[in-house]
Design a protein around this ligand. Structure first.
Ligand code: NAD
Ligand code: TYD
Length: 349
C-alpha cells in the first residue's frame, strides 16, 4: 500500500508517520510537508533512513503540483493532517487558514478523485479534524458525532469548512472518505505556541505563564501517541463515509492544568515547590474563546475498541521529561521567528 501522509513533519503527523512505519513494514509512506514554522524534520530523525519512507517538500495549496504528485505515485491512501493549526495565529491571519485548510484540502480531494476515477476498492481518504468544529459547550454535555457544527475561531471555521468538503466529495462523487474529530493533544514534538510546551518552556526560563481570561476554560487532553493509534484504527477499520470522535475522557480547566505542570516542573528541576506557580499571570482573553470542549468517544470505543492508554498525570510527567531532555530541539524551534511571534502575541496582553 502506498500512503500519502500530509503534515507528517508536524506534531501529530510525526507520531503518525512513525507509527505506520513501525506497524506496517510492507507499506510505503510518503510524507508531504511544506515545512512551515510548525514543520520540523528533526521530529523524524529516527526514521528518516527507513527504506519505506520518503519525504516530499511541497505545498498542498499548489493544485497543479498536487495533481502531478498523485499521478506520479498513484497513492492508495491519504491521511491528511497538514494544516495551519493554531487558533491565535488564525485570529491574526485568517486567510492563511483558508488557503491551507480549505483550498489545500479540496486540492487533495480533487487529486484523489482524479487518480481513483471511481475505482475505490482498497482506497481511502482520511481527513484528520478537530473537536473545535462543534463550537463551545457550557458546563454540561459532550460533543457527539451528530452535534451540529458551530465554529467560532477562523481556525475552527476553516477546519469545519474542510470537513464539509470531505463529506461533499463522499456524497457527490462516492469518494471513500473517513473523518475524525479529536480533542487537544499533548506530548513530544509539539510546537511551543500551544499551551503545554509554551508553559514548560517559560517555566524553565522563569518567564511569565500567560493565562487567558480567568483560566477557567476547559479542554479534554489526549496523549498524542494514543491519537496516532486511533488514527491507525480509523484508517484501517473505520466505516466508509463515517465520522469518529476521539477523546481522552480527561477534562481539565486551564488553571488546574498549569498548576499541575508547575508542580511537576519544580520537582524535575529541583526547585522549591511553589516557585513556578509564582509565574502565573492572568492576561487579556483570547477573542471568541470557547469555554469548554469535551468529547463523547463512545462510538470509537464500541466500534473500533479504542481507549486512551496513558493517564494524564503520567503523560504530563513524561512530556515534561521529554522537553527537558530535548533542550536542543526546544532551542532550535524557539530561535529566530519564534521570538517575533511571541512578542507580537503577548507584549500587549
Ligand atoms: P502542526 O501545526 O504541529 O503541524 C502541521 C504540519 O502541516 C506542519 O508540519 C506544517 O509544516 C504542515 N503544513 C502547514 N501548511 C502546509 C501546506 N500548505 N502544505 C503542506 N504542509 C503544510 O499541527 P498538529 O497539531 O500536528 O495538527 C495536525 C492536524 O491535526 C491538523 O489538521 C489539526 O487541525 C488536527 N488536530 C490537532 C489537534 C491538536 O491538539 N494539535 C487536535 C485535533 C486535531
Ligand atoms: P491551545 O494550546 O492554543 O489549544 P486550543 O486553543 O486549540 O484549545 O490552548 C489551550 C487552552 O489554553 C485554550 O483555552 C487557550 C489557553 N491558553 C492560555 O491560557 N494561554 C496561552 O498562552 C495559550 C497559548 C493558550
Amino acid at each position: 500500500m502506498k500512503i500519502l501522509i500530509t503534515g507528517g513533519a508536524g506534531f501529530i503527523g510525526s507520531h503518525v508517520v512513525r507509527g505506520f512505519l513501525n506497524n506496517y513494514p510492507t507499506y510505503k509512506i510518503f510524507n508531504l510537508d511544506k515545512l512551515t514554522y510548525a514543520g520540523n524534520l528533526e521530529n523524524l530523525k529516527d526514521i528518516e533512513s527507513n527504506v519505506n519512507y520518503k519525504f516530499i517538500l511541497g505545498d498542498i495549496v499548489d493544485g497543479a503540483f498536487i495533481n502531478d504528485l498523485f499521478t506520479k505515485h498513484q497513492f492508495d491512501g491519504v491521511i491528511h493532517l497538514a494544516a495551519e493549526s493554531h487558533v491565535d495565529r488564525s485570529i491574526s491571519n485568517p486567510l492563511e487558514f483558508v488557503f491551507t485548510n480549505v483550498i489545500g484540502t479540496v486540492n487533495l480531494l480533487n487529486a484523489a478523485k482524479n487518480i481513483w476515477n471511481g475505482n475505490h476498492e482498497g482506497k481511502r481518504f482520511y481527513h484528520v479534524s478537530t473537536d473545535e468544529v462543534y463550537g463551545s459547550l457550557g458546563t454540561e454535555g459532550l460533543f457527539t458525532e451528530s452535534t451540529s457544527y458551530d465554529p467560532h475561531s477562523p481556525y475552527s471555521a476553516s477546519k469545519a469548512s474542510s470537513d464539509h468538503f470531505v463529506r461533499a466529495y463522499h456524497d457527490t462523487y462516492g469518494l471513500p472518505v473517513v473523518i475524525s474529530n479529536c480533542s487537544n493533544n499533548y506530548g513530544s514534538f509539539q510546537f511551543p505556541e500551544k499551551l503545554i510546551p509554551l508553559c514548560i518552556h517559560n517555566i524553565k526560563n522563569e518567564k511569565a505563564l500567560p493565562v487567558y481570561g480567568d483560566g477557567k476554560y476547559t479542554r479534554d487532553w489526549l496523549w498524542v501517541a494514543d491519537h496516532a493509534r486511533a488514527i491507525d484504527l480509523v484508517f484501517h477499520q473505520g466505516k466508509n463515509g463515517d465520522t469518529y470522535n476521539i477523546g481522552g475522557f480527561n477534562e481539565w480547566q486551564n488553571i488546574d492544568l498549569i498548576k499541575e505542570l508547575c508542580r511537576i516542573m519544580d520537582q524535575k528541576l529541583g526547585r522549591e515547590i511553589g516557585s513556578a506557580e509564582k509565574l502565573i499571570t492572568f492576561v487579556k482573553d483570547r477573542p471568541g474563546h470557547d469555554l469548554r470542549y469535551a468529547i463523547d468517544a463512545t462510538k470509537i470505543n464500541k466500534e473500533l475498541g479504542f481507549m486512551p492508554s496513558v493517564k494524564f498525570e503520567e503523560g504530563l510527567e513524561k512530556t515534561v521529561e521529554w522537553y527537558l531532555a530535548n533542550d536542543e530541539w526546544m532551542n532550535n524551534v524557539t530561535s529566530g521567528n519564534y521570538k517575533k511571534y511571541y512578542e507580537g502575541q503577548y507584549s500587549n496582553r
